[in-house]
Design a protein. Structure first.
Length: 170
C-alpha cells in the first residue's frame, strides 16, 4: 500500500461515522494493513471505546499480526476491562463469568474449543460467532451475565479464553 493510499485510509476511518462503513475499512486494513496503521488505530480506542470498536481494533491488529500490533493488543486492547452496552463491566463480574464458565463447561466442549483455537488461531472467536458463540452468549446471559447484546457478542471469546486458562491451571 502506497503512502498516499495509507493516508487516505486513515482519513476515511477518522471521518466515517457509519459503523458498517467503518467495519469495512477495518476489515480492509486487517487484510492489507501493516505497522503504519497500528498507532493511528490505537488512538481510536480513546475516541470510541464501544465494545464493537474494541473488537474491530482487536480483529484488525490480530490480522496485521506484527510484533507492534501484538504489543498494542497486550498493553491497550486486552488490559482494560471491556464495556457493556452502557457501562464498564466490573472486575468482579468478569471474574465471576470466568469462574462460572471454568466450572460449567463440559470436557467435550473444552476439548473442542481448544482444537478450534489451535486450528484457527487468534481469530477463532471472530470466525465462530455463530454456533459456539451463540452457545456461550446464551449460557452467560441465562446465568446472570447480561452485559448487553453488543458486549456479549464482542467479548464472549475472551471470557472463554480466560476460562480455558483457569481450567488449565487447575
Amino acid at each position: 500500500m502506497s503512502d498516499f493510499e495509507y493516508t487516505k485510509m486513515i482519513e476515511q476511518i477518522k471521518e466515517k461515522r457509519d459503523p458498517k462503513e467503518r467495519d469495512e475499512l477495518f476489515d480492509f486494513i486487517g487484510e492489507n494493513g501493516d505497522d503504519r496503521f497500528v498507532e493511528p488505530l490505537t488512538e481510536l480506542i480513546k475516541v470510541d471505546d464501544s465494545p464493537h470498536m474494541r473488537q474491530s481494533l482487536y480483529a484488525t491488529f490480530t490480522r496485521i499480526g506484527t510484533e507492534l500490533a501484538e504489543e498494542v493488543i497486550r498493553e491497550k486492547v486486552r488490559t482494560k476491562l471491556p464495556k457493556d452496552d452502557g457501562k464498564k463491566i466490573t472486575k468482579k463480574s468478569w471474574e465471576e463469568a470466568v469462574t462460572f464458565l471454568s466450572k460449567n463447561l463440559e470436557k467435550p466442549f473444552v476439548k473442542k474449543a481448544k482444537e478450534i483455537i489451535a486450528d484457527e488461531g487468534k481469530l477463532w472467536g471472530i470466525k465462530n460467532k455463530g454456533g459456539i458463540g451463540i452457545y456461550i452468549r446464551n449460557l452467560l446471559r441465562n446465568n446472570g451475565f447480561n452485559w448487553g447484546e453488543s458486549a456479549l457478542e464482542t467479548y464472549w471469546s475472551w471470557v472463554v479464553e480466560d476460562a480455558l486458562k483457569k481450567i488449565q491451571k487447575t
